[in-house]
Design a protein around this ligand. Structure first.
Ligand code: TXA
Ligand code: MG
Length: 316
């Protein structure tokens, strides 16, 4: 049920599956990634489901070239210098998102910044060229397990949960990409990785701001990720009968009065795909607070509830 793909025909099949909204593990020079079409919210939700990820972390958007990356994010100043020096390669840049790029908000976890990376592995490059658009891909391991550096690792852990694994041989670098945030004034190191910090500093001609919390992917302490979208209005959970005048976000059938419904059918994957877009929309409506219907605490419901609980937590 999980196809093992290689060579030219394997690449064509991988592209076909991605276009159909399926999940495909792909090789890169750092580690294998679990890829989905960035414009397909339900496919992106499927990444979190397959990994059993209990939280929605923003994902890295993989592109074929700097030119392709320019369509998705605003790459200026230090970001441009770093991109020109190190792409393709194990460097991820967090930059302002272009809203018109059409990414599912689940890719960025609702943020207005986006993480971009142009992988160097020729097979990854060929796949992205042939696909003709960006793919979102975290490391292709179940949540809490180590990142996979071979197709066999991926197959062992995720067979049956994803459509295919494209075999590109063992990953050369073996650790994830270095992440630098360039959306503020000075570039900040968010995650040390495959590209040495000294190389970045040499290219910038200045020391990198390293004071940011180092948030490696997983496992990491909840709340460690500093940048997270939260609505401006207070959020209240597990509400079945919202008070008069409240904004109501429903889940499942039987809520004709709701302002929005994460999934009429009660489908958690559809709900995950809708979550950030609906929170943004409801936040802009007149009303004091956003009330949210109960979401089952299973499968993707864990990640949805985690996100909503953070949104509902008292603000400091
Ligand atoms: O080498 C790699 O980077 C691998 C391969 C597959 O490319 N990918 C990878 O992706 O490690 P992932 O999704 O596991 O790591 C993404 C991390 C998030 O946990 C978060 O820390 C950071 O990137 N990130 C992504 N978007 C961000 C944003 N808009 N703001 C801040 N941090 C962001
Ligand atoms: Mg990871």
């Amino acid at each position: 049920m999980t196809e093992r793909l290689e060579g030219e025909t394997g690449l064509a099949r991988a592209v076909e599956l991605l276009r159909a909204g399926e999940l495909v593990a792909i090789p890169t020079e750092t580690v294998y990634g679990l890829a989905a079409d960035v414009t397909n919210g339900e496919a992106v939700a499927g990444i979190f489901e397959a990994k059993g990820r209990p939280r929605f972390n923003p994902l890295i958007c993989h592109l074929a070239s700097l030119e392709a990356a320019d369509q998705v994010g605003v790459i200026e100043g230090a970001a441009r210098r770093l991109a020109q020096a190190f792409w393709p390669g194990p460097l991820t840049l967090v930059v302002p998102l272009r809203a018109e790029a059409g990414l599912s908000p689940l890719v960025t976890a609702g943020l207005d910044s986006v993480a971009l990376r142009v992988p160097a592995l020729p097979l990854a490059h060929a796949l992205l060229e042939a696909f003709g658009g960006p793919v979102a891909a975290p490391s292709a391991n179940p949540s809490g397990k180590i990142s996979p550096s071979t197709a066999a690792h991926v197959a062992q852990a995720l067979t049956g949960r994803i459509a295919a694994v494209l075999d590109g041989g063992p990953a050369e670098v073996g650790v994830e990409s270095t992440i630098v945030e360039c959306s503020g004034d000075a570039p900040r190191l968010l995650r040390p990785g495959g590209l040495p910090v000294e190389a970045l500093e040499a290219a910038l001609g200045a020391p990198l701001n390293r004071t940011a919390p180092v948030n490696d992917t997983e496992p990491s302490a909840p709340g460690q990720l500093s940048s997270h979208y939260a609505p401006g209005k207070p959020v209240r959970l597990n509400v079945t009968e919202p008070p008069e005048g409240a904004i109501f976000l429903a889940f499942g059938p039987g809520y004709p009065q709701a302002d929005a419904n994460l999934s009429q059918a009660g489908d958690l994957r559809e709900a995950a795909a809708n979550l950030f877009a609906m929170l943004h929309r409801l936040d802009a409506l007149p009303g004091e607070e956003i009330c949210v219907a109960p979401i089952p605490q299973q499968g993707l419901g864990l990640a949805i509830n985690d996100r909503l609980t953070r949104a509902a937590a008292p603000r400091g």
